[in-house]
Design a protein around this ligand. Structure first.
Ligand code: ZN
Length: 370
């Protein structure tokens, strides 16, 4: 991989991004969009064309695009001979652009259309293969183009999901501290601080976010991008992904196995966050025989109450129970037992498993979050 993870982020409006355009001078650019994002791609394509940039339009005739083999092969074929792949979209289209560009050995970029998840800058592409969800290592995009008006006007569900992803940074950063305390895992201070500040700046804007105010949605978008920057700083996804993400990944694999539509990433992360907060609180409020108990209590004391986070999620229109997303009861039970195995990473779920807390807490967690 050649990516430095330092994407250039450019704000523009009405399809105008001067810095990006000068970079594309004399190049041929494949522009990936689907039926939802094509209207947003058109002004950009026109502006590129006006500047003499050759545009290869790659349009998916789909409004519910899945990154399966056929779709990826189509994007790859269409992008051959191009110098650059630009996605106009969010998660799926960006992941496809990153994957295609990596395979062709050319750079990619994205004109983001929603503050819906924190994977814009990630070096992973979530794709479907043989009906299963896989995460391919890819180069991070070189450019992110942002039009605050477009992000603000994205479907409400997408902004809500992005918020769920940011709420997950409470438990993911707590899990990092926990791993430092119990496993001596190094904390990259710069990456930790970057994520923490971005999360808090976004949370300060919560009232505006509920009202869908432009400035607040912009802060959410910046926090989502900060997750990618923090990951690039420390070289792995620790600053942005802990137990709450492991639960989300576990459920995604289960949905994919069943061939069912996978609920939005941030929605699963949001409810996963509630489960993790509940485990931290349980530890803190019980006299348990755990190593470094006082230290763990200290980490737990720095977290918001689960009720508070549930109210925040509800206020944004996010689900607060897994059953609201179509998760089966037995799947959630299995998730509580096994989600810690999804990644080789120490989290509060690993701790709960090691000390038998999962079994103790299962009835309570099922009652409150299924
Ligand atoms: Zn995420």
């Amino acid at each position: 991989m050649v990516s430095s993870g330092e994407a250039s982020i450019e704000y523009g409006s009405g399809g105008r991004y001067p810095r990006f355009f000068s970079k594309m001078d004399g190049k041929t650019v494949a522009v990936l969009s689907d039926l939802n994002t094509h209207p947003l791609a058109l002004p950009l394509e026109a502006e590129l064309g006006r500047r003499g940039v050759r545009v290869k339009e790659v349009l998916f005739d789909d409004s519910d695009l899945l990154p399966r083999e056929g779709e990826c092969a189509f994007a790859l074929e269409q992008s051959r001979g191009c110098d650059y792949v630009l996605a106009v979209g969010s998660g799926t289209l960006n992941d496809m652009a990153k994957s295609v560009a990596t395979r062709l050995g050319i750079p990619s970029g994205v004109m983001a259309t929603a503050a819906s998840m924190d994977g814009y800058l990630s070096k992973g592409a979530a794709l479907m293969r043989n009906g299963f969800k896989v995460t391919d290592p890819v180069n991070a995009p070189s450019d992110v183009l942002l039009d605050p008006d477009i992000i603000r006007r994205a479907p409400r569900d997408m902004t809500a999901a992005g918020f769920g992803d940011i709420v997950g940074k409470y438990t993911c950063l707590a899990d990092w501290q926990l791993a430092h305390l119990l496993r001596n895992e190094e904390i990259h201070e710069g990456a930790y601080e970057r994520m923490l500040q971005a999360r808090d700046t976004c949370m300060d804007a919560y009232p505006g976010l509920v009202e869908g105010k432009g400035e607040a949605v912009d802060r959410l978008m910046r926090a989502l991008l900060a997750a990618g920057q923090a990951m690039a700083m420390c070289g792995n996804s620790r600053p942005a992904s802990g137990s709450e993400h492991h639960m989300s990944h576990f459920l995604e694999m289960d949905f994919a196995r069943r061939g069912e539509r996978i609920p939005m990433h941030g929605f699963k992360v949001g409810v996963g966050t509630l489960v993790s907060l509940e485990i931290y609180r349980y530890i803190r409020s019980h006299d348990l025989d755990l190593p470094y108990k006082a230290g763990i209590d200290g980490i737990a004391a720095g977290l918001p109450e689960a009720e508070q986070v549930r109210a925040w999620l509800k206020g944004m229109g996010c689900p607060v129970r897994f059953s609201e997303m179509g998760v089966r009861k037995e799947t959630m039970e299995e998730m509580l037992e096994k989600a810690y195995t999804v990644r080789d990473r120490y989290t509060v779920l690993t701790l709960a498993h090691e000390f038998g807390l999962t079994a103790q807490m299962k009835p309570l967690l099922m009652e409150r979050y299924w």
